[in-house]
Design a protein around this ligand. Structure first.
Ligand code: PMV
Length: 327
């Protein structure tokens, strides 16, 4: 049977991927580091057969846009070329979280698609190779394949820009409390944003500062030191957004509610709750804390207005095959 189903987590970047030195190969300008998210996943079933054309559906309200379907077909083409087949696919997908809200649906989506498509075609390839193929669909998707805490190497060529696990999910009981302040999809895709990065006068300095921040994040992870990790990831988040905001055209992903949260988190810390924020290409805020402080953070969030949804994520394993198909 040429059919397989995979589930893949979204991931939150502690060190962000922003800007690429080769757009078609999605080769990044810097190494990035992330954590997989347990409650923000995509499940995808792929079946190959002698059909006339690919059929792609998203099993949720709104479905896929035309542009998203084109991107999925392009990734199927990448896999068909890699495997050497002309078979067409039927693809169905569903998410456990709002699509296009900075919760990185493209990361979990392209990771699940790549793993399911390769398995449906009977391909057993190394995890490293699989991350390289997923990267061609969406850069950050490569980080959703290995387990737990993941590092994506900047690389010089396609073959050496791959992702690998630094620590398994069970290594550190961190929480990513995703605070959804807006369900609307983003106006400017991160793909377009990456292409304009050189227009920011701050970008060159960002690249110079990244190795130091990577060292702090890795040291924070190695010693399970949340204040070391948290301070580095907040600095990193602000730096990436400053670059986005000074690009031409400028990208402002924050809303007033995003800023309210960014403003209040340091107050909570001063009151004794160790929690740190980070934000990807969207308005929603990821609050990073340890399991022991989860309830205290959730209680504080209840006191705030304007929050649409709160999703509590644990650190999670990477993409994997499952037996239950969507069709
Ligand atoms: O993989 P893309 O093209 O969706 O880019 C993701 C970019 C950020 O989410 C902003 C940062 C990251 O490293 O995930």
């Amino acid at each position: 049977m040429n059919k397989a189903t995979a589930i893949a987590p979204a991931n939150i970047a502690f060190i962000k991927y922003w800007g690429r030195k080769n757009a078609s190969l999605r080769l990044p300008c810097n190494t990035s580091i992330s954590m997989n998210l347990s409650a923000s996943t995509t499940t995808t079933t792929v079946e190959f057969s002698e059909r006339e054309k690919d059929e792609i559906v998203l099993l949720e309200e709104g479905g896929f846009s035309d542009a998203e379907v084109i991107r999925v077909v392009r990734q199927l083409d990448v896999i068909r070329e890699y495997v050497g087949t002309t078979l067409r696919a039927r693809v169905a997908s569903k998410n456990t979280f709002p699509k296009s809200t900075g919760a990185a649906s493209s990361a979990s989506g392209f990771a699940a698609l790549t793993v399911a498509a390769l398995a449906a075609l009977g391909q057993h390839i190394s995890e490293k190779e699989c991350t390289i193929l997923a990267r061609l669909g969406s850069g950050s998707a490569c980080r959703s394949i290995p387990d737990g805490f993941v590092r994506w190497e900047v690389g010089v060529r396609s073959e050496d820009s791959f992702a690998r696990s630094l620590y398994p999910a069970s290594y550190w009981d961190l929480r990513d409390i995703l605070v959804v302040v807006e369900q609307r999809g983003k106006d400017v895709s991160s793909s377009r944003g990456h292409d304009m990065v050189e227009t920011s006068p701050l970008f060159a300095d960002r690249l110079k500062a990244i190795p130091g921040r990577i060292a702090r994040v890795e040291e924070g992870l190695a010693s399970r030191n949340l204040s070391l990790l948290g301070n580095a990831i907040e600095e990193e988040c602000l730096n990436m957004h400053h670059v986005m905001q000074t690009q031409t055209p400028a990208l402002y992903y924050w809303t007033d509610r995003t800023i309210t949260l960014m403003d209040i988190v340091p107050h909570w810390r001063r009151e004794g709750i160790p929690v740190y924020f980070t934000i990807d290409a969207g308005p929603n805020v990821h609050l990073i804390c340890e399991e022991k402080d989860e309830q205290r953070v959730l209680k504080r969030l209840k006191e705030l207005s304007g929050i649409e949804q709160v999703i509590v994520n644990k650190s999670a394993p990477g993409a994997r095959l499952v037996d239950t198909h969507l069709f």
